[in-house]
Design a binder for this molecule. Structure first.
Ligand code: NAD
Length: 340
């Protein structure tokens, strides 16, 4: 395709297994002739004073300019004087909703055959506000911030998503019986938005009961919307229902239409770099890249790549260790490319 048809997108290969699985995505995109030109940005080895984090200002500018990108996992550096990489991205790019689809993969048997749900996580506040301090020695305090603005925004996104994706029900997950003010406000906002969508069934489920229902019968759920920390935990639980973190994609939605897709999992230091390599399952990042393509309305390429991933897994000849197979990342990637 000519240079004018090419879409520029930001790529953060990230840490740990990140560069290995990002390489898979690049290879699959080349094979499928996806008209994307990557602008690659690595996490720096020193703090950029303009972002107060290891992420460079230029890398953030790249996402702002391209409005679309893919990110590998980023390890949280331990130490003082800088912000967490993921928190920096979420705050600086205002990535207010994290959308995590989770569905049973045909041909890969788990306890459940009929998982098909979407977790929508509030991504900017709650317990992740970073407001923690010591009150006196032996007593610390952490502030959970819930605002009407952020709650309405994520609720609106969830209902709009349900409506435009043929979904029938939105469940707000909470603990408002204990967190009366914070989760109470979150629910109030969800109710307000629900009234604008009479065609979508709305329900409220307490988080502990939600966990029980999910492991008993995940088919009970459709779209789930929830504050930040609950979303973090519930989406890992959901990943477990379908075969693990190697499989589940996500997409961060920001204000003004920015979309930054990423896998749900982290940098997997136990199977990365010096310890081992070429073991990671690239499926989660690949499916995230598919959601990026859908965001760009490149549905044709998205369908083809998704189909190639799913049939490779279904066939069962090439699977990575997390799915009980013996294939390397590169063998599995090559099998997907052969399907394409
Ligand atoms: P993790 O998700 O990296 O790993 C948990 C387990 O899942 C490990 O056993 C790992 O080997 C396995 N796993 C994860 N992804 C896999 C894949 N693609 N293929 C095969 N197996 C896979 O969680 P962790 O060990 O708690 O975190 C490691 C680092 O990653 C930490 O620094 C954490 O802060 C960071 N992290 C980053 C993100 C992100 O960038 N969005 C998300 C979660 C954790």
């Amino acid at each position: 395709s000519s240079a004018t048809d090419t879409i520029r997108a930001t790529l953060f290969p990230g840490d740990g297994i990140g560069p290995e699985i990002a390489e898979s995505v690049k290879q699959v995109f080349r094979t499928a002739e996806v008209p994307i030109e990557w602008e690659e940005h690595y996490v720096g080895d020193q703090v950029d004073p303009r972002t107060q984090s290891f992420l460079t200002w230029e890398s953030l500018e790249s996402v702002r300019r391209n409005r679309v990108g893919l990110k590998g996992p980023m390890a949280t550096p331990i130490g003082k004087g800088h912000r967490s990489l993921n928190l920096t991205l979420r705050k600086e790019l205002n990535l207010y909703a994290n959308v995590r689809p989770c569905y049973s993969l045909p041909g890969y048997k788990t306890r459940y055959d009929d998982v098909n749900l979407i977790t929508i996580r509030e991504n900017t506040e709650g317990e992740y506000s970073g407001l923690e301090h010591q009150v006196v020695r032996g007593v610390v305090e952490s502030l959970k911030i819930i605002t009407r603005q952020a709650s309405l925004r994520v609720a609106e996104y969830a209902f709009h998503y349900a409506k435009t994706h043929g979904r029938e029900r939105v469940s707000a997950i909470h603990k408002a019986n204990i967190m009366q003010k914070t989760d109470g406000l979150f629910l109030k906002c969800c109710r307000e938005v629900a009234e604008k969508y009479p065609e979508i069934t709305y329900e409220e489920v307490v988080i502990d009961n939600c966990c029980m229902m999910l492991v008993k019968n995940p088919a009970l759920f459709d779209v789930l919307v929830m504050p930040n920390l609950y979303g973090d935990i519930i989406s890992d639980l959901c990943a477990g229902l379908i075969g693990g973190l190697g499989l589940t994609p996500s997409c961060n939605i920001g204000e003004g239409g920015i979309a930054l897709a990423e896998a749900v999992h982290g940098s997997a230091p136990d199977i990365a770099g010096k310890v081992m390599k070429n073991m990671a399952n690239p499926t989660a990042l690949l499916l995230s890249s598919v959601s990026m393509l859908r965001h760009l309305n490149l549905h044709d390429k998205a369908d083809r790549i998704q189909e190639a991933i799913l049939s490779t897994i279904a066939e069962g000849k090439y699977r990575t260790a997390d799915l009980g197979g013996t294939s390397t990342t590169t063998d599995f990637t090559k099998a997907i490319c052969d399907h394409l």
